[in-house]
Design a protein around this ligand. Sequence first.
Ligand code: COA
Ligand code: UVW
Length: 340
Amino acid sequence: MKPLRQILGAATSSKKIIALAEGDDPRVVEGALKARAENAADIILVGDHAKITALLAEKGGSDVDGITIHDPVTSPHTDRFATAYYELRKHKGMTPENARKLIKNRLNYAAMLVHLGLADGTVGGAVETTSDTVRAALQIIGKAPSAHMVSSFFLMIYDRDHHAVQGAHIFADCGLVVDPDERELAEIAQASAASYHALTGQEPRVAMLSFSTSGSANHPKVSKVVEATKIAKAASPHLLIDGELQFDAAYVPEVASKKAKDSPLKGQANVFVFPNLDAGNLGYKIAQRIGGAEAVGPVLQGLAKPANDLSRGCSADDVLHMIAVTAVQAQHADAEPETC
Ligand SMILES: CC(C)(COP(=O)(O)OP(=O)(O)OC[C@H]1O[C@@H](n2cnc3c(N)ncnc32)[C@H](O)[C@@H]1OP(=O)(O)O)[C@@H](O)C(=O)NCCC(=O)NCCS
Ligand SMILES: CC(=O)OP(=O)(O)O
């Protein structure tokens, strides 16, 4: 079965409530209606009530079951949310007045819905930047107690005729951690491997990417990747991981047999960990826009509860897919809080 169909199917198995922070964007409303048609989740559209009502009417979704609207400016929850926000951030200088003002920001409001258990996950970023979307999640939902840090990944889907490898891979970190040190890179690798297993059910095969393969270049940037690989291996002895590897040596078996003869991945990695955000963000966009891969993300990992970002270039289908991924993460968070 195609990976996104599988994830959409998994999302329907226990219906979660997903809050969409930019509920008054046409792509988000369309994505919400698609999610309801697929029974992937119940939806809270956060935003300007009048605009959302008009968009729903325009798209023939005025009376759809399982969609509710929360306008942070008029919501009966806003006072309670402001108090909770003040309590969470007072150690950082937050005042009650500022909390009342800032909770009306749609990203903060949606994150608070999740923090207080009124929603199981949230999705933003169709309009707002990644920095703002992720900051709201970090400050209000926070890191999972078992995680050392929050990072992100893209689920890359290959289902076009020209894709030699069909299926789903993970690219990480393409959205959040700008310049990870070796410990952070090792953590990104381990978290991404767990996320890959949670979303696809398959065994992760992790490649730690570099401009060097098995010592072909000597540079501090290469040493960082080698060290990160050692740290991840020591922390997760059963994890199939190798590095440092160039992308071709991680992805093409014939190239691996020449450049990385001893690599246990044999050119068949399915989790690709980039050395920094320059490489990761550029890499996923090139695979998406030139390579024709579908890119679902950035999906955040290491949060106490699911909150995810979208690219501002997203489509309604991207919104649908991210709703499904978020719902599946919420199921895993119920089952085993340390994954995804
Ligand atoms: C995500 C990002 C906004 C965090 O930046 P920041 O300047 O550390 O943000 P803040 O200082 O407001 O951090 C908020 C909180 O989260 C914490 N935090 C930041 N990054 C974190 C991480 N990776 N894991 C866990 N916690 C983190 C901070 O320590 C801070 O905690 P505190 O306020 O309780 O002390 C920043 O890493 C970023 O801009 N990344 C790039 C995003 C981007 O543009 N991507 C490209 C497009 S996808
Ligand atoms: C993930 C990402 O690059 O987001 P945006 O395109 O919104 O900057």
